[in-house]
Write a protein that binds this ligand. Structure first.
Ligand code: ADP
Ligand code: ZN
Length: 193
């Protein structure tokens, strides 16, 4: 028997925090459970993030799930199939400003939409479009890493190289998790003359 799907079943979940805080692990855990329950799951990531794999979302602990690359949120919307129950989106901060509206529309159609993404950038500034997504989500999970300097709760992504690009894709060697006391955004900026 077909499951009765009504629009009231849709909602948005956001998993957010610094790099290495376990966002991808948590996203993969939720999506695996949905797959085990034989729900129709589609998983997307933005084209910009090809660090580990072209066609998988991958955690730093090497958990992985097959995914589809999309150029942006409008392509994501086009790719969603009518029978899909659950939509997983990784690296939400690399999407365009329309991502919250697209998630809202999908939730309105009865989909469970789960988005993982960084809440702040390498300077500690809110990383759009995640703040807008947090504002409209039903459920928010804030994940924390462990500060590699002091062992405290790490809410920040410390960039270890001098580079002023907001998007600089990479992991160990380029970034580490730090707490608010050990975070030093000036490490990523050119020294002032
Ligand atoms: P995120 O998606 O938030 O970047 P992942 O889910 O990809 O995080 O990876 C989380 C994993 O990163 C942890 O289970 C652990 O194996 C590893 N890790 C590396 N550095 C740290 C750290 N400083 N604190 C916690 N976990 C870390
Ligand atoms: Zn610290």
């Amino acid at each position: 028997m077909d499951v009765h799907r009504t629009a009231s079943h849709g909602w948005i979940e956001v998993i957010t925090g610094s790099m290495f805080s376990g966002k991808s692990e948590e996203l993969i855990r939720r999506l695996r459970r949905a797959q085990i329950a034989r729900q129709h799951v589609q998983i997307f990531k933005p084209l910009v993030d090809n660090r580990f794999s072209e066609d998988h979302i991958v955690s730093h602990s090497d958990m992985r799930l097959a995914s589809e690359n999309v150029a942006g949120s409008s392509q994501l919307l086009e790719r969603v199939r009518p029978e899909t129950d659950v939509i997983g989106i990784d690296e939400g901060q690399f999407f365009d400003a329309q991502l919250p509206a697209v998630c809202d529309r999908l939730a309105g159609k009865g989909k469970r939409v789960i988005v993982a993404g960084l809440d702040t950038d390498y300077l500690g500034r809110p990383f759009e479009p995640m703040p807008q997504l947090l504002a409209i989500a039903e459920y928010i999970t804030k994940t924390l890493a462990i500060c590699v300097v002091c062992g405290g709760p790490a809410n920040h992504t410390q960039r270890l190289v001098v580079n002023a690009d907001r998007v600089l894709v990479g992991a160990s060697g380029l970034y580490e998790a730090r707490c608010r006391h050990c975070f030093d955004p000036s490490l990523a900026s050119e020294p002032q003359p």
